[in-house]
Design a protein around this ligand. Structure first.
Ligand code: ADP
Ligand code: MG
Length: 163
């Protein structure tokens, strides 16, 4: 397991951090984004899409009222899932077909509220991202990577990026 922390001071900086990570992600990676409402989970996802060169007309809205959004056309497909809808737990999670998304080697799954999704999702490669709301525009990110491909990807964040 590899761990890395970084603080950002604006939504733009959060997007840039996510975009940097996106460039190094391998298909099949599961990203778990935790943090309270307004922490920056969707902001981070927006940066991921930018870093994957998803088409520029793509906008990220909160998927709270739909099961998932699928963003195609970038280097990797992004399955953006809000597990707030999956509080039924693991059974519902698998029944919903989301397992299929996890098996798409040409995509990544980006899940908000993973703690509500039940026990079926911990798999490798995966990166757990915990966001803490420190101050008005300050957010601290803790990344934990599990599995070789995820640990490789996290290493790019260890080098200065010139943000
Ligand atoms: N450093 C920062 N990183 C991310 N978002 C920030 C930051 N500072 C302020 N914000 C604001 O916090 C909010 C984050 O919203 P959002 O990404 O939708 O959160 P979540 O999806 O976690 O509920 C946005 O209004 C954004 O402008
Ligand atoms: Mg959100």
């Amino acid at each position: 397991m590899t761990e890395f922390s970084r603080t950002t001071h604006s939504p733009e900086e959060t997007e840039a951090l996510a975009a940097n990570l996106a460039g190094a992600l391998h298909g099949g990676t599961l990203l778990l984004l935790s943090g309270e409402l307004g922490a920056g989970k969707s902001c981070f996802t927006r940066g991921l899409l930018r870093g994957l060169n998803a088409p520029p007309d793509v906008t990220v809205t909160s998927p709270t009222y739909v099961l998932q959004h699928v963003y195609r056309g970038g280097r990797l497909t992004v399955y953006h899932i809000d597990a707030y809808r999956l509080r039924g737990g693991a059974d519902e999670f698998e029944a919903s077909g989301l397992e299929e998304c996890l098996n798409d080697a040409g995509g990544i799954v980006c899940m908000e509220w993973p703690e509500l999704a039940g026990a079926s999702q911990p798999r490798e490669p995966r990166i757990e991202i915990a966001i803490e709301h420190e101050a008005w525009t300050e957010r601290s990110f803790t990344f934990r990577a599990f599995g070789a491909a995820a640990e490789d990807a996290l290493r790019v964040l260890d080098v200065p990026t010139g943000i």
